[in-house]
Design a protein around this ligand. Structure first.
Ligand SMILES: NC(=O)c1ccc[n+]([C@@H]2O[C@H](COP(=O)([O-])OP(=O)(O)OC[C@H]3O[C@@H](n4cnc5c(N)ncnc54)[C@H](O)[C@@H]3O)[C@@H](O)[C@H]2O)c1
Length: 315
C-alpha cells in the first residue's frame, strides 16, 4: 500500500452539503477546492462556510484563528481544472442522480492521474454503478456524510464491488484526520446502513401517524426522548444484548408481524406532497411553520447538536 500523503482535496458541488464538507476538510489542515457549475452557489457557499465556523467557534470546537486559517485554505472555483490541480482526493456532492454523478466522475477522471481517489457522497446510489463508467474503478469509494456535515460525526465509507483495499483504507484515514468517525460498509446495498435504519424508523413513525395511534408531536417526543437519547450511547445491537436476546425473541415473535412492511410511501406524505406541503421549505408539512419559527428551530437545533456532540465526546 502506498503512503497516505493526501494534502489537497476537492469537493465537487457546493449545495446543501458541499460547503460544510469543505469547511471540515479545511479546518483540519487540508488545502480544499470547492467547485460548482453555478457561481451563485459558490457565493452562497462563502456565507455557509462562515456560518459553519461561527457555530463551531461558539460551540468551543475551534478558535477564531482556526476559522481564519480554515477559510484561507478554501479555494472557491467554477473551473474544474483549477479545482483538481494537485488534488489527491476528490469527493463529489452533486445532486442525487446516477447519470449526473457518472458524468461528473468521467469529467474528473479526464483531468486527474490514476492514483487520485474518487469518492461519492451519494445517499444510496450503488458505488459499483458509479464506478462502472470509470477508467480505474478500484479508486472509487462511497464517502457518505450526514447532514449537517460539519457536526454529525459519522461518515460511512462504502466499498463498491471493485473498490481496492488501499482506496478504502485511505478514505478511512482521511475521515479520522478530519476528526470524524469512520464506519466501513462492506457491501454496496441500497441506502447503505445509515439510511436503511433511518428509513425503517421513519416508515414506522409515519405508519403510526396514518393509523391515528399517536399525534405527530407525541411520536417525535417518544422517539427523541426515548429511542434517540438512548441510541446515541447504546447501539441497537448493543441494546439487544442489554435487554437480553430471550426477551427480544419473545417480543419480536408477536411484534414483528404488526410492524409496517409496506413498500408504498405513507398516504399522509403523498397527500401532503400533492398539496405542495413539502415541509420547512414550503412553511408547512407534517407540522406548520412561520418564518420566525423556522429560524428559531434552526438555531435551537444547531445549539443542541453542538451540545450533544460535546457531551458525548467528553463523557
Ligand atoms: N442534503 C442532505 O441532507 C444530504 C445528506 C447526505 C448526503 N447527501 C447527498 O449529497 C449529495 C448532494 O446533496 P445536496 O443536498 O448538497 O444537493 P444540492 O442540490 O443542495 O447541491 C448540489 C450542488 O451541485 C451542483 N452541481 C450540479 N451539477 C454539477 C456539476 N456537474 N458539477 C459540479 N456541481 C454541480 C449544484 O449547482 C448544487 O450547488 C447528494 O448525492 C445527496 O444524496 C445529501
Amino acid at each position: 500500500m502506498t503512503e497516505n500523503n493526501i494534502k489537497k482535496v476537492a469537493v465537487v458541488g457546493a449545495g446543501t452539503m458541499g460547503p460544510g464538507m469543505a469547511a471540515t476538510f479545511a479546518r483540519n489542515g487540508f488545502e480544499t477546492a470547492l467547485y460548482d457549475v453555478k457561481p451563485e452557489q459558490l457565493e452562497k457557499a462563502r456565507g455557509a462556510v462562515d456560518f459553519v465556523y461561527t457555530i463551531l467557534t461558539s460551540g468551543g470546537f475551534m478558535t477564531t484563528e482556526d476559522a481564519d486559517a480554515g477559510r484561507s485554505r478554501i479555494t472557491h472555483t467554477t473551473d474544474l481544472g483549477e479545482a483538481l490541480a494537485g488534488t489527491d482526493f476528490v469527493v463529489e456532492s452533486v445532486p442525487e442522480q446516477k447519470d449526473l454523478k457518472q458524468q461528473v466522475f468521467q469529467e474528473i477522471e479526464a483531468l486527474v492521474g490514476d492514483d487520485v481517489i474518487l469518492a461519492s457522497n451519494t445517499s444510496g446510489i450503488p458505488i459499483s454503478e458509479l464506478a462502472s463508467v470509470t477508467r480505474v474503478p478500484g479508486r472509487v469509494v462511497g464517502m457518505h456524510w450526514s447532514n449537517p456535515p460539519h457536526l454529525i460525526p459519522v461518515i460511512e465509507v462504502i466499498r463498491g464491488e471493485q473498490t481496492s483495499d488501499e482506496t478504502a483504507q485511505k478514505t478511512v484515514e482521511i475521515v479520522e484526520k478530519i476528526g470524524m468517525v469512520p464506519a466501513m460498509v462492506d457491501r454496496d446495498v441500497a441506502g447503505f446502513v445509515e439510511n436503511r435504519i433511518l428509513y425503517a424508523i421513519m416508515r414506522e413513525a409515519l405508519h403510526l401517524l396514518d393509523e391515528g395511534v399517536a399525534s405527530a408531536e407525541a411520536i417525535d417526543t417518544i422517539t427523541k426522548w426515548g429511542i434517540g437519547y438512548k441510541l446515541a450511547v447504546i447501539g441497537p445491537l448493543e441494546l439487544l444484548d442489554m435487554a437480553g436476546l430471550d426477551i427480544y425473541t419473545s417480543v419480536a415473535s408477536y411484534l414483528n408481524k404488526s410492524l409496517n412492511a409496506s413498500p408504498e410511501v405513507s398516504k399522509t406524505v403523498t397527500d401532503k406532497v400533492a398539496a405542495g406541503k413539502l415541509g420547512i421549505k414550503t412553511q408547512g408539512g407534517l407540522f406548520d411553520y412561520t418564518p420566525e419559527r423556522i429560524q428559531q428551530l434552526q438555531q435551537q437545533r444547531g445549539r443542541k447538536l453542538v451540545a450533544t456532540r460535546k457531551a458525548l465526546a467528553d463523557a
